[in-house]
Design a protein around this ligand. Sequence first.
Ligand code: IPM
Ligand code: MG
Length: 366
Amino acid sequence: MANPSLLILPGDGIGPEVMAEVRKVIDWFGTRGLAFDVEEDLVGGAAYDAHATPLADATMEKAHGVDAVLLGAVGGPKYDVLDFSVKPERGLLRLRKEMDLYANLRPAQCFDALADFSSLKRDVVAGLDIMIVRELTSGVYFGEPRGIHTEGNERVGINTQRYTESEIARVARSAFELARKRANRVCSMEKANVMESGILWREVVQEVHDREYQDVELSHMYADAGAMQLTRWPKQFDVIVTDNLFGDLLSDLAAMLTGSLGMLPSASLGAPMANGRPKALYEPVHGSAPDIAGQGKANPIACILSFAMALRYSFDLGDEATRVEKAVEAVLADGLRTADLIGEEGRAPVTTQEMGDAIVARLAAG
Ligand code: IPM
Ligand code: MG
């Protein structure tokens, strides 16, 4: 059988350096009889510099052809002056849209060794394990009409929140399926009190539940109250399902509960391909962090854990994924910290490369 194939898009800022550490993990699996066919290409500002577009058509083609895409990060101040249509972020949004990656899984898990890094009290976050399922291909990110135009003597900026029933139903199913493998609870978040799209969202999620997932416990919450509850007592949640924009906000909030944005992976999944695997892109939740790029300060864990999610969700290699997660947990328990995790402990930080090496050494030690 052919090796599983990966397209790696390191992108901008700290993307390339955290991805270099992921390559070490991939190579380690290669030496253990689990080889991947890896191809690398450009996305974001790096692609713009080379091709004057944040995602070349040839790269888009490759993304369609592989089993999974692994992405670092996109964006940077250098590109702020670019026209909106060619900004680095458009490259990522094109991948999500054209691969139809509608279910964005963003787990927020608090590693025990890091419970004191949260801005919340230890007992509020210790043991936290929640999963945000963010709709990723529709809503206000893509709705039409959009743009800036002139009305009378002033400019007007317009974006449109738009959801179809089928778009809501399919992401709701993803959330219910995940919940069944976890604590079996889904909380759906919208603003049905002010938005028609929120009313429809709530109705459709409820219908899918009543028809297909009565065994799963479902609740609904307004997204603003959800933000409040996430900071008050996050452990009340198991799976949260929400739209593209609320999911963007709530997942950053949830990420910070765990102490550092440098820890959180994500998976963006679409419909199954001919080989039965879902279309998939894996990326850390953190951004390109241009202020620390190239200094060995970046935390590679989010990107390494994103590869672990690829093992689990694209390749059905749950044991291997767990092995990577355990290796990460072990190096944190050993006291290794990248610069983002230096708090009151007074430890000297390790570099991005040292963190990667330590994780591979732990993997090898079994
Ligand atoms: C994210 C990011 C992206 C988003 C940006 C980089 C386009 O914030 O993945 O959460 O807004 O979706
Ligand atoms: Mg975001």
